[in-house]
Design a protein around this ligand. Structure first.
Ligand code: NAD
Length: 420
């Protein structure tokens, strides 16, 4: 019986099979590349504020340790399951290899709704989850980072919990932590900055000019909010739509992203920001725009709506926003829609996480400008490699990006051989 099931895992497996066919990888080699090395499930008991004891389910999946420690985010979300976590770990592997980082992929999280927990309860979940993971993680084994539902505060609690057990501060156990405890400058906005930079590269390929373009962003958390802010403030893009899980807003004249970000900083959600610009979330992604940025959850661009997208560029800030059915339709629309696939588009986060880990190991910290310059250098060459490969082999950008990632992992495994 396969432990890893569910629509998100099936999606990662189907994408892998497509690329493995393209690369003519023999059948008997495929499970070793696809299946995770380790999967850990833990119980996370806490005292609720009302005195009851509640047990949450926690997971961590480490996909491969061939090229270095594993690296990946921690997701707090109500319906998290191990199939989804495994899929996200697999995508992290191809993403890290594509960017040339010395990591395998990992992912983890707790099946809980962070918005329904008090701050004290969230801290209890975070600390107990990390405590349960101590035998399986370490700066040279597996390094966690934030993802949906977690943030720099969660990482600070993780770092403190791990450090208390070691008896000294171990900043390099997590990335995405506050600068005050060994985080790097530029990490909190890194994913959004990377998405915005790659949108800039894609605009150039499509011969479009940023300040004459519009963008719609789904998700207004870490990735969506910073992407929208950088597009608007630094690139002059008119952001006509933003949404979160509570509301969607659209104004063809452009939305005041700054004000909306300030509103969300106060209230936590977009709901209630305005009644005039509110729009139907069901048709939000098919509204007209030059750049569409899904930056929330998986599987939002499907066989149903991919044919109706009215964007010129699809920049995937989220992990796995596009299903294989949608990919087939987007493939037919290759001349109309320029796709920046997730493992390239949102790789700014893990690239700057890598910078943070390197700085922590060396106890030598960089300026924000150094972080930004190094990020852009990697993103630019990775973008060019993906576009060049796609053109050369007449494949989609997603197949090209995944092929580069898989090839690098495969090469590592071939050189190292099979132990014992
Ligand atoms: P977050 O928790 O900070 O924000 C998530 C946002 O999505 C929130 O605004 C939430 O309201 C919204 N959302 C949730 N469900 C939605 C729905 N059905 N429709 C519309 N909006 C919805 O999470 P994040 O860190 O910004 O992550 C977003 C995506 O980006 C995830 O797929 C994550 O895996 C990916 N990602 C994050 C990072 C990172 O550095 N944080 C790096 C790479 C990829």
């Amino acid at each position: 019986m396969n432990l890893f099931t569910g629509p998100v895992f099936d999606m990662a497996a189907e994408q892998f099979a497509l690329v493995a066919d393209h690369l003519s990888i023999p059948e008997d080699e495929r499970p070793r590349l696809l299946l995770p090395k380790r999967a850990i499930a833990v119980s996370v008991p806490i005292h609720r504020d009302d005195g009851r004891t509640h047990v949450f389910q926690g997971y961590r999946v480490q996909h491969h340790l061939t090229l270095g420690p594993t690296k990946g985010g921690t997701r707090f979300s109500a319906d998290l399951d191990i199939g989804e976590v495994a899929a996200l770990a697999i995508w992290m592997s191809w993403k890290c290899a594509l960017a040339g980082l010395p990591y395998g992929g990992a992912k983890g999280g707790v099946a809980c709704d962070p918005l329904s927990l008090s701050r004290r309860e969230l801290e209890a979940v975070s600390r107990r989850y990390m405590q349960e993971m101590i035998p399986f993680v370490g700066p040279q084994i597996d390094v966690m980072a934030p993802d949906m539902g977690t943030n720099e505060q969660t990482m600070a609690w993780f770092m403190d919990t791990y450090s208390m057990y070691q008896g000294h501060a171990v900043a390099e156990i997590v990335t995405g932590k506050p600068v005050a405890v060994g985080g790097t400058l530029g990490r909190s906005e890194a994913t959004g900055r990377g998405v915005a930079f790659l949108i800039g590269e894609a605009l150039t390929c499509c011969q479009l000019v940023a300040n004459q373009c519009t963008a719609i962003v789904q998700g207004f958390g870490n990735v969506g909010r910073s992407t929208a802010l950088i597009l608007r403030q630094e690139m002059g893009v008119r952001v006509t739509g933003v949404s979160d899980h509570t509301a969607a807003f659209y104004d063809p004249k452009g939305l005041p992203i700054n004000q909306m970000a300030a509103y969300v900083a106060k209230t936590g959600v977009l709901k209630g920001w305005s009644s005039e610009a509110e729009t139907d979330p069901a048709t939000f992604l098919t509204l007209p725009c030059d750049v569409l940025v899904p930056a929330a959850v998986e599987r939002v661009i499907t066989g149903e709506n991919a044919g109706q997208l009215k964007c010129r560029i699809l920049a995937e800030g989220a992990n796995g926003p596009t299903t294989p059915d949608a990919d087939r339709l987007l493939d037919q629309r290759r001349n109309e829609i320029f796709v920046v696939p997730d493992i390239l588009c949102n790789s700014g986060g893990v690239i700057v996480s890598y910078f943070e880990w390197v700085q922590d190991l060396q106890r030598l910290f960089w300026t924000e400008q150094e972080v930004r310059d190094r990020l852009q250098t990697i993103l630019k060459s990775t973008f060019n490699a993906v576009i060049g490969r796609a053109q050369k082999e007449s494949v989609s950008h997603r197949v090209a990006a995944t092929a580069i990632g898989i090839e690098r992992v495969r090469m590592g495994k071939q050189w190292r051989g099979l132990f014992p």
